[in-house]
Design a protein around this ligand. Sequence first.
Ligand code: MN
Length: 447
Amino acid sequence: MHSLSPDVFARRRRRLIDEVGEDGAALVVGPPPRNRSNDTDYPYRPSSDVLYLTGFGEPEAVVLLIPGHDDGDFALFVPDRDPNYEQWEGRRAGPEGAKEKYGADQAYNLSELDEKLPELLAGRSTLFYSLGSDPAMDRRVIPWIRDKRHRRNQVSSIPGQVADLRDLLYPQRLVKDEEELVLIRRACEISSEAHILAMKYCRPGMYEYELQALIEYHFRRNGGCAPAYNSIVGAGDNATILHYTDNHSQIDPGDIVLIDAGCEYQYYAGDITRSFPASGSFTPAQRDLYQAVLDIQEAALAEINGNTTVEAIRDLIARRMTEALLNLGVLNGDPEELIEEKAFKKYYPHGFGHPLGVDVHDVGHLRLSEDDDLPLVAGMVLTLEPGIYIPADDESVPEEMRGVGIRIEDDLLVTPDGCENLTQSCPKSVEELEAIVGTGEASALNL
Ligand SMILES: [Mn+2]
């Protein structure tokens, strides 16, 4: 099992501390556990920003970076130790553990937060905080700021302005360091193996959730914390629903099965989509649609490098997608007009990808879609995932193509001159898919 060394977190905090400067402070607040039903919670997933800066995984942790503070830059507030809680629910690090294991210069119990925070913020003019990212956190933080503003008349040493922490932290999170790339590579590898398992053991007559179970079994068995997002296993026209997660239909022999699933390994996400024929062979119409998506994906992949932009890739895909839909008889009309109108959006309504990292849609606001005109930079990891989805009831499309959904998604590390496909090992050519689907020894899994 890999994990990040304390040095990695210290380096990340140092970069942020240098940007915040001695006039400011940075505050990151982890969310509380979320209730699932009655007295049962969802498994706790720490805030990605807390994880990125500390690796600390307990609920409601508060990270405070106070550059140049006499007692050290890095203060961590952690849940109070409580023998009763720990007997029932699990171990807690407490302030001592926060110092020893997580490198905090100053560590406090969460119960000390309201008393300690004003003290630690004294003399700072700007508080960097991600206001609006989580309403529950804001409800907690806004009163601090409001109270401080009230008290400002008497105590001039309390921060009077709030700046957006995301402007400093997200550009940093977007470009991956060598240590985290090790974890991302492993997340991608486990994800790829899981897709191969699903391909091998797919049989018409199975239920979608059986393939989901195989995939998630493989994730967990290899040390994955969880699926990085809800696994999508859609057969037939379920594949045309972009975020289909019911996964409870039976798979018919003529179906294309679309699986979009990725492993979260040490809090880093993999994200792969494959679409394959349940029976092991494509119909001619399915094959034409599939090959069209694959050609577009490979054309775009060849253009991704550290010297291009999101806009250039998006334009290339818009053009290629329009041409492909015309060739397939799905769209009709003048190519230039159709591109101008974005007519392809009816059949390919999403962006071509997104950055990948601690979050599956990494660093919040970026989707590489619509109006983003972001330069691609070496060290970014992003997905490339064109698709074509033909609604079952679309009578303007040749009948044999209706109710087919295809998406092909790989995870790419941008390099100065090109990109490295981190999910290369997951089969995607027509020949590879037809050769592998259904070849698993049924007795091995008691199918
Ligand atoms: Mn994706």
